[in-house]
Write a protein that binds this ligand. Structure first.
Ligand code: INI
Length: 183
């Protein structure tokens, strides 16, 4: 039998996409910077002109799952990192946006088999959000770590081989069984 476990060392062939909400971009740009720092320090070229990381900006967290799903279906990525900041206001709007983005990201991951990281802060105040986006710690860093781990783990799970040599490679032929854009 086998132990399937991700690692953080064989990152040369990995490809990632970020989907980032512009709403509350004071927070989301800081989450992005933290995540990029983590990827860079694990050997990944985060330059948008390079071959390892793509970036998609969307108006707000509500739109994040739609774009994440299309990117996942493309089969081009080892993992997708979704970043957003949903901050409670005076109305119930927060609850609708937070619920939909969480459900949408979970569904995208489950339906496609591509790891989709839930990097959306849901906080009661801007202060709480900023504390988690760099003032105290930067959760963007942790979200990138989750992406690296899952990008390394999933090929092992798919192949049934622990520490498979194809660590982190996108799912290649397995995209044939993914839902299509028309689904
Ligand atoms: N989008 C966010 O990412 N965070 C929020 O806090 C937020 N609030 O509170 O309204 C928010 N709203 C915009 C939403 O995500 C959509 O972009 C908009 O409704 C258009 O579909």
């Amino acid at each position: 039998m086998a132990v399937f476990e991700g690692n953080f060392t064989q990152t040369g062939t990995m490809k990632f996409a970020f989907v980032i909400g512009r709403f509350n971009d004071l927070v989301t740009t800081k989450l992005l910077a933290g995540a990029q720092d983590c990827l860079k320090r694990h050997g990944i070229d985060t330059d948008p002109a390079g071959s390892q990381v793509d970036y998609a900006w969307v108006p707000g967290s509500f739109e994040v799952p739609m774009v994440a799903r299309q990117l996942a279906i493309s089969g081009r990525y080892s993992a997708i990192i979704c970043l957003g900041a949903v901050i409670r206001g005076q109305t119930p709007h927060f609850d609708y946006v937070a619920a939909e983005v969480a459900k949408g990201i979970a569904a995208t991951s489950l339906q496609t088999g591509v790891p989709v990281v839930f990097g959306v802060l849901t906080t009661d105040s801007m202060q709480q959000a900023l504390e988690r986006a760099g003032i105290k710690s930067n959760l963007g860093w942790s979200y990138a770590m989750s992406a690296l781990e899952m990008a390394s783990l999933m090929p092992q799970v798919f192949s049934g081989k622990a520490n498979a040599a194809n660590n982190g490679v996108m799912f290649g032929t397995q995209t044939a069984s993914l839902p299509t854009a028309a689904d």
